[in-house]
Design a protein around this ligand. Sequence first.
Ligand SMILES: Nc1ccn([C@@H]2O[C@H](COP(=O)(O)OP(=O)(O)O)[C@@H](O)[C@H]2O)c(=O)n1
Ligand SMILES: [Ca+2]
Length: 492
Amino acid sequence: NDQTGLYSVFRNPWHTPLTIFIAVVGVIAIVALVTVAVLQNKPLIPKYKYGIVLDAGSSHTAMYIYEWPAEKDNNTGRVEQTHSCKVKGPGISSYASDPKKAGQSLQVCMKEAERFVPSERHEETPLYLGATAGMRLLNIENSTASDQVFQAVSESLQKSPFSFQGARILSGQEEGAFGWVTVNYLDDRLKQVCTTGALDLGGASTQISFVSDAFDGSESPNNSVNFRLYGNDYNLYTHSFLCYGKDQVLRMALSGPGSISDPCFHNGYSESKNYMTLYNSPCVSKRKPVSSPADFTHVGKGNFYQCQELVKSVFDFTQCKYTQCSFNGVYQPTLQGPFGAFSAYYFVMNFLNLTDTSVPLQSVKEALARYCSTPWETIKKQHPGIKLKYLAEYCFSGTYILTLLTEGYNFTSETFSKIRFIKQIKGSDAGWTLGYMLNLTNMIPAEAPDTPLLPHAGYVSVITVIALVLFLLFVLSLRPLWPRCSQKPQIV
Ligand SMILES: Nc1ccn([C@@H]2O[C@H](COP(=O)(O)OP(=O)(O)O)[C@@H](O)[C@H]2O)c(=O)n1
Ligand SMILES: [Ca+2]
């Protein structure tokens, strides 16, 4: 009596030769699909390839694992970050007195990478370590110690099963340029003319990179990087300001006249600090007073506007031998296009709840002024989970960011609204590491890849869809979707 089962196949007027034909074609298509896949030796389930980059920053090291579909190795694939690991402890430059520990500090994340990347892919997976401003400063201060740290780090990474491609210091220009590549690759802008500028704030340096129609590189060749990507030529302006990462600028500000009673720290904040620690950086060593006591008490008086004046004192706006400069006599063309601001720009503005740039710049400043004038005891109560060292510095860091962007780079209230404070784009962290790997693995072609009508996988998937639709039609014709108007709907 089953009116919808196999019995109905012969009874239901729907089962004419047509549906039999559909079934036969559907089955043929599925057979064809499997045959194509087998003959083409195309895996029905795509295999992935991997790349690993360690970002050895001044304050910390982070490991990023990238993956992309293996059959799309010819540059049209979408490389995506599939995993990241924050190395415990400080940046590798902090291990100058015990370099071995720099290598050991990476082991936990490397073991994690071994678990994450399929073992059959290990030996073909490239592994890079790039160091930035922390190691640039160590190299200036003590190149022997810098070499020893890299020696220890390389020995440690050579023990991993991956294809270690070396550990090196990136130039500021590379750091800025690859950050720009990452942001535009992830934002799919490398196939367009209009690109996004990149703003990177670290602990020991900060980078600005953008394409400007007014910039052809002639005025300041050192700030020019040319890329030909996907058939488009980009003449990128980029500059890296060593010592203008937020941690080094804090040292500079503390070594200035206002260090005792500091407007960048909250009222009620009072910490004893050591001059030796403060001055042990090439960024401030020249500012070390001839005779200074070992320790000093750092006292806060929480005033945003006075803090802004103190922060401005670390910039030199007097000298510029070009048509226009940002600061410290560095050429900068007129700002152009939208910008992505990441790393410490994001961490700080996100903490301060100031990432919404649709808010007028003046209102952002007023909000920060209110935050800075909040007493230290209140701040601690409002943020019980934040490490006090970090918590104490947000007023300074936020003030530095606004001063750097407006007074340093000349962002106005209008162009400030074109900045997006970002941590990730489509699940991948914004930063130099992805751009660095794409460049070294030649995964961004100079020419636009000739887009085949449909890649193999495309044909396979088209056939799949046809087969499945036909087969579904056949199966569905076995069971009426809705009660035929002649059948009384079963009320359930
Ligand atoms: N969750 C985090 C992670 C880093 N940071 C800060 O972001 C900056 C990252 O700088 P970095 O280690 O990349 O240093 P550079 O070598 O790029 O100058 C440091 O000032 C960190 O203190 C933060 O504020 N919050
Ligand atoms: Ca960094």
